[in-house]
Design a protein around this ligand. Structure first.
Ligand SMILES: [Zn+2]
Length: 317
């Protein structure tokens, strides 16, 4: 609830998180929503030491609120992390590494870049729900599945080549005809075989999947899905307007291109592309959320459940 669980405005944000102890106690409520539990013996009562550690009253083991989270061993004050997360979530399109560096006064671009990448790893909720299935009223939710390309004329970073990268896009179409949640993936190569594998990973069995009717999709019914070829493909041998075949993925693809051009200034490498897709998906799936503070809350909640990613892991050594 806004104003209770998370701050609704910048003013509330400022008064809630004035110092590191406030930030730490807030993280503790996210990490132990039903109260502290000792990681060694399971005891539920603790003392809080002068350094803010939780010391189990039964076995005396000390636990840091941030241990094992993305804030683990960070030398930066938690309040700076909170400010970064507020910036990232309070703006509809997020922030670039340069923007974050300028706003928080980081000494280096690399620090801001690494922070954004750590946070992107927290944007993927492990075990998040599959697409499709039924809505709250029990009506079926379909999924449109297609592929798009990112790059091409975009100057990729040196060494990554300049080829277009195929992106598989699955997006829900609700009973009311609206777009629901999306999932995106970098495909290893263009073609529908990869898309079928992706469908099996992210779509609830039994869901009606709408495609352009390529041969590989004919296996979908055998895999437990419904399959419907978009009418515009069925009705004419030659498709005049390719965008009309799967309008959902097409729209998602245009938004993705606009975001990579606008916020990231095309400054993204192929190797890290999956994580940019995670951030895009996090934003897209919450695009109708009017409470920006809710995104702040969700991202922090997922951050305390996300393993630390030292810089060398992020850059691959
Ligand atoms: Zn204990």
């Amino acid at each position: 609830m806004g104003g209770v669980d998370y701050p609704r405005t910048y003013q509330e944000f400022g008064s809630w998180f004035g110092n590191d102890a406030d930030c730490r106690e807030y993280l503790a409520t996210l990490r132990w929503p039903t109260g502290f539990e000792c990681p060694r013996c399971g005891h539920e009562q603790c003392w809080i030491t002068g350094r803010g550690l939780r010391m189990c009253r039964a076995c005396a083991v000390k636990t840091s609120v941030t241990a094992g989270t993305i804030f683990h061993r960070s030398h930066t004050p938690l309040s700076t992390w909170f400010a970064a997360i507020w910036m990232i979530t309070s703006q509809k399109n997020g922030v670039s590494a340069q923007g974050l560096q300028d706003a928080l006064g980081f000494g280096s671009y690399e620090t801001a870049w690494a922070w954004l990448h750590k946070l992107r790893r927290a944007m993927v909720r492990p075990g998040r729900d599959l697409l499709g299935g039924t809505d709250r009223q029990g009506r079926p939710v379909g999924v449109e599945l297609d592929q798009s390309f990112l790059g091409g004329r975009t100057p990729w970073k040196p060494g990554s080549g300049s080829a277009k990268v195929p992106i598989t896009i699955a997006v829900e179409r609700t009973a009311a005809g609206r777009l629901g949640r999306a999932r995106l993936e970098v495909a290893s190569r263009p073609g529908s075989k990869d898309m079928v594998d992706f469908a099996r990973e992210v779509i609830t069995p039994g869901t009606m999947i709408h495609t352009d009717g390529a041969a590989a999709f004919l296996s979908l019914p055998r895999l437990g899905y419904g399959h419907q070829v978009s009418p515009s493909t069925q009705n004419s041998l030659r498709v005049e307007n390719i965008d009309a075949v799967t309008p959902g993925p097409h729209l998602v693809s245009s938004l993705l291109k606009r975001w990579t051009a606008g916020t990231l200034h095309h400054n993204l490498s192929r190797r890290h592309l999956p994580y940019y897709l995670d951030e895009f998906t996090f934003r897209f799936n919450r695009r109708n959320s009017r409470a920006r503070g809710m995104l702040f809350y969700r991202l922090l909640q997922q951050a305390v459940e996300t393993d630390p990613h030292p810089l060398k892991d992020l850059t691959g050594g």
